[in-house]
Write a protein that binds this ligand. Structure first.
Ligand code: PLP
Length: 357
């Protein structure tokens, strides 16, 4: 007797990057922030009254929604929050699509989209990126009618490359009958957000996270921004699943983080500058480095297979990410760390090249 559902048996789950325990790796594999959260966040954690945990958190997370709304010049009704943006993105699928509907996204993008599509009984309409590995807007302008939604990661992961805002606007306005989900997980690293266009497009859903630019991956907090109608739909689905997705500690930490814009602007600035320095250094060493607008770079070397770079770095204490997928299997994704971490990376890479060339 097999007690598992057919869907459970057939879905291939997402594989998250390794989180080695108690080791001394220079960890550049899951795009975490190399700097700590704002001192204001640390203070909230230190002062947190454990007695508060006796009670359930606010099921509406009104304080958190208000902090998000204030930061982006929106209303509370425009904000949905969740236990990481993965949860927010996952809930978008049953909120906006019915079983059997198709959802379009790129072949080279965040691989979780395909997993959610399958998990919620949808059909993946996979659109290849162009020869430069970029998402090409033209490919989204005359999709089949069974496609009810489009998911665009901008800037895209794992390539790090952005789509010009005009192209995204073209996709959204050319598809008024389809929901367009813009995953802006990496938007805080020098890419323009679509937030200013929310009022123009009733079919636009923007999803953001505090895991990357806000150094709160461990707290799990993400949110969606959209029209009050779409947000109400997300709340309906959430409340048919779990009323308390954002816990009381995370809510307070997230509010403190969102209120300290100057700290995080300085952190993003440091990471962006380090990204450019590291990209240049790797190019000097013969790497092809895609032009990134995120906190990671996607790089490959003609003379050494990416899998070998990955394993060799790992043996030498540096963890990066390698995806065994068509078109991108000769690249490794490297999270931008501190200058010291990047020096260790470059040192190991140089040694590897010396032994090989
Ligand atoms: C990291 C990431 C997310 C998920 O972040 P959470 O930690 O779940 O908030 C979503 N989309 C992309 C493209 C990501 O890289």
């Amino acid at each position: 007797m097999n007690y598992l559902s057919a869907r459970c048996r057939s879905v291939t789950p997402y594989v998250a990057g390794e989180q080695p325990r108690g080791s001394v790796f220079v960890k550049l594999n899951t795009n975490e922030c190399p700097y700590p959260p704002s001192p204001a966040v640390e203070k909230v954690l230190k002062d947190f009254d454990a007695g508060v945990l006796r009670l359930y958190p606010d099921p509406d997370n009104a304080a958190l929604k208000d902090a998000v709304a204030k930061k982006y010049g929106l209303k509370r009704e425009n904000v949905f929050v969740g236990n990481g943006s993965d949860e927010v993105l996952a809930l978008c699928f049953p909120t906006f699509f019915d079983e059997g509907d198709a959802v379009a996204f790129a072949d080279v993008t965040y691989t979780f989209y395909k997993v959610w599509a399958h998990a919620f009984g949808l059909v993946s309409h996979v659109v290849p990126v162009n020869d430069e590995l970029k998402i090409s807007a033209e490919d989204y302008l005359s999709l089949p009618s069974k496609v009810k939604g489009i998911v665009i990661c901008n800037p895209n992961a794992p390539t790090g490359m952005p789509m010009p805002r005009a192209d995204l606007i073209n996709i959204i306005s050319s598809n008024p009958d389809k929901i367009v989900i813009a995953d802006e997980a990496y938007c805080d690293f020098a890419q323009e957000s679509m937030i200013g266009y929310l009022n123009d497009f009733p079919n636009l859903v923007i999803v953001k996270t505090l895991s990357k630019a806000y150094a709160l991956a461990g707290a799990r907090c993400g949110f969606a921004l959209a029209s009050p109608e779409l947000i109400a739909g997300l709340n309906t689905v959430k409340n048919s699943f779990n009323s308390y997705t954002v816990n009381a500690v995370t809510e307070k930490l997230a509010v403190a983080a969102l209120e300290d814009a100057p700290y995080y602007a300085a952190v993003a600035d440091k990471i962006v500058r380090q990204r450019e320095t590291t990209s240049d250094a790797l190019r000097e060493l013969g790497f092809e480095v895609l032009p990134s607008r995120t906190n990671f770079i996607f790089a490959g070397h003609k003379k050494i297979p990416a899998s070998e770079i990955y394993f060799s770095l790992k043996e030498n204490g540096v963890l990066v990410r390698h995806f065994k997928a068509d078109r991108i299997n000769n690249f490794v994704r490297i999270t931008i760390g501190t200058p010291e971490q990047m020096n260790v990376l470059l040192d190991k890479v140089k040694k590897l090249l010396k032994g090989k060339l």
